[in-house]
Design a protein around this ligand. Structure first.
Ligand SMILES: Nc1ncnc2c1ncn2[C@@H]1O[C@H](COP(=O)(O)OP(=O)(O)OP(=O)(O)O)[C@@H](O)[C@H]1O
Ligand SMILES: [Mg+2]
Length: 286
């Protein structure tokens, strides 16, 4: 049975002064230990939902559960949740508060009243892990947007969360930095952190995720493995999410090639290359 690390159950939310309800009964669980993606078009409520995952926002109705235990909207519980659930905001300007890079990474540790030596050590390690050691004393306003995003991630990871939520982490990153980030997220996942990334990039979702949830209009419309999502063509078309490029190319292949290359659409180019290598002779003879 799947063990849900965090569950959203029938959440409803309207912003103060807002006319319309933004979350309209969204329910789903985040499976522990998996690389997950939350897909959904602009304005469907992804960022609003994320802010319910560590208690920044409280639902008007419904509940959020951590390992089966409902959230309690009290200071001590929420403090614990902000450590367990690390949230990297869509806009790093909402996250970075200190004046230099090192100060910013140390912020959460100082708040937790850790000894100065421990803080120094953890900050040093985090900056090294994210390739930012040389920028330690750099003022935050001198950083590029890509660097600010890395810093925001470093500041969250230094607190060693069990669940990492990233809101559109690849937006504005160039191709090289996107690949780098996905590799880093793989590393974070391998070291035992469950990861959930919000995006509307179908190609990234299909290649990277082990589990995909799709939201629309403040509700869940799909949860399952990437290959199962591809069977939901009508839904993907109607939500304008499209299908992954790799799937479009795959579908243009003659059926005999597809048969020789094995069942199912390759999840990535690397997967495609591996299959070609393994079946070089069979494919050549088709
Ligand atoms: N602070 C706010 N006050 C009032 N309404 C808000 C606020 N933040 C978001 N909304 C509204 O809530 C809805 C959902 O927004 P949200 O940012 O959660 O969507 P999203 O799925 O993250 O979109 P995107 O892909 O563009 O980031 C939108 O209609 C938006 O206008
Ligand atoms: Mg958003």
């Amino acid at each position: 049975m799947t063990s849900w690390l965090l569950e959203f159950s029938d959440l409803q939310y309207t912003y103060p002064g807002g006319q319309k309800s933004v979350l309209n009964g969204v329910s789903f669980g985040i499976p522990e230990g998996k690389k997950c993606v939350l897909l959904g078009r602009n304005g469907c409520g992804k960022s609003t939902l994320f802010q319910h995952a560590n208690g920044i926002l409280q639902p008007r109705q419904g509940e959020v559960r951590w390992r089966g235990k409902p959230f309690v909207y009290k200071r001590s519980f929420l403090q614990e949740m902000t450590q367990k659930v690390g949230l990297v905001f869509q806009d790093p300007e909402h996250q970075l508060i200190a004046s230099t890079v090192a100060e910013d990474v140390s912020y959460g540790l100082v708040n937790r009243k850790l000894p100065p030596d421990t803080i120094r050590e953890k900050v040093g390690k985090a900056l090294e892990a994210f390739g930012m050691s040389e920028l330690a004393e750099t003022p935050i306003h001198h950083l590029s947007l890509g660097q600010k995003r890395r810093l925001a991630l470093a500041g969250v990871m230094v607190l060693e969360p069990e669940l990492l939520l990233l809101d559109e982490p690849t937006a504005y990153l160039d191709r090289y930095q996107t690949k780098n980030l996905l590799r880093e997220l793989d590393q974070i996942h391998r070291s035992g952190t469950t990861v959930l990334m919000a995006t509307h990039d179908m190609d990234i979702a299909f290649e990277w995720a082990e589990w995909i949830c799709v939201m629309d209009g403040g509700r869940l419309v799909f949860a399952g493995e990437p290959q199962a999502l591809l069977a939901e063509r009508q839904m993907l078309e109607s939500l304008h999410l499209g299908i992954p490029l790799i799937a479009e190319v795959w579908e243009m292949l003659p059926p005999s090639w597809k048969r020789e290359m094995g069942e199912g659409i390759p999840q990535s180019l690397a997967d495609w290359k591996r299959r070609l290598e393994e079946r070089k002779e069979e494919v050549a003879s088709v």
